[in-house]
Design a protein around this ligand. Structure first.
Ligand SMILES: CC(C)(COP(=O)(O)OP(=O)(O)OC[C@H]1O[C@@H](n2cnc3c(N)ncnc32)[C@H](O)[C@@H]1OP(=O)(O)O)[C@@H](O)C(=O)NCCC(=O)NCCS
Length: 193
């Protein structure tokens, strides 16, 4: 059954930080709030079981999981998969939080983490129909190249640049533009698409 979105009033700012094992329930709840379309775009296939996805981002030794939090609600998850050839980025923003620059902040934090582990480039794969993912990469990364589509998928190669001191929590004081306090967006805020 789909998770009900928590109420729209929270006073905490959106905070980006590394996920921990204790965040497993929050990850599962967030996955339950995502639409089938958003899940399809993230996984390019059937979505995994929530507990499997949660484990993969909070406790897998080869994955750095980063979360964007609005109070107690997780609203976005970025994962850096540490592979031998290059780290692979994947990202998921809950529907009502899309187009609010949460993805851009996660990409920044993921880049910092990849650089901190010694990488200067990363790869990302997404459905050829996923114009949002392409636009996010083009707007957030200085240098990005895309492969021609292959079996419905596009691969992106991103050149990473990091801030001088890579923080894992970039958002303890930063607030989303135009949002004085963290508030779950309602239909009146709709900018999706
Ligand atoms: C793709 C995705 C991660 C983007 O995250 P987001 O938080 O919505 O993106 P942001 O608000 O940070 O967008 C930053 C910029 O990217 C571009 N962008 C993002 N989404 C866009 C869209 N749907 N259409 C056009 N441009 C878009 C814009 O330039 C935007 O800046 P602007 O809002 O000031 O114009 C999000 O839509 C998502 O989770 N989709 C489902 C999962 C997925 O596709 N993951 C990627 C494959 S792993």
């Amino acid at each position: 059954m789909k998770e009900t979105a928590p109420s729209a009033t929270s006073t905490a700012a959106v905070v980006v930080r590394r996920l921990a094992v204790t965040d497993r329930p929050g990850v599962q709840r967030m996955l339950g709030r995502c639409s089938p379309r958003t899940l399809q775009q993230r996984f390019a296939a059937a979505a995994p079981a929530p507990h499997w996805f949660a484990d993969s981002v909070v406790s897998h030794s080869a994955v750095i999981g980063i979360g964007a939090w609005c109070g107690d609600d997780l609203v976005g998850v970025g994962s850096v998969h540490l592979r031998e050839d290059a780290p692979e980025f994947a990202i998921l923003i809950e529907d009502t939080w899309q187009r609010r620059r949460v993805g851009a902040r996660l990409i920044r934090a993921m880049s910092d983490q990849a650089v901190a582990t010694g990488w200067h480039h990363a790869v990302v794969e997404f459905l050829v129909t996923n114009t949002a993912a392409r636009a996010l990469l083009l707007s957030s990364c200085t240098h990005v190249w895309f492969s021609p589509p292959d079996a419905g998928l596009v691969s992106g190669l991103v050149l990473l640049r990091s801030r001088a001191t890579p923080p894992i929590d970039d958002g303890s004081t930063e607030r989303l533009p135009g949002r004085p306090a963290c508030r779950r967006p309602g239909p009146e805020d709709g900018r999706n698409g």
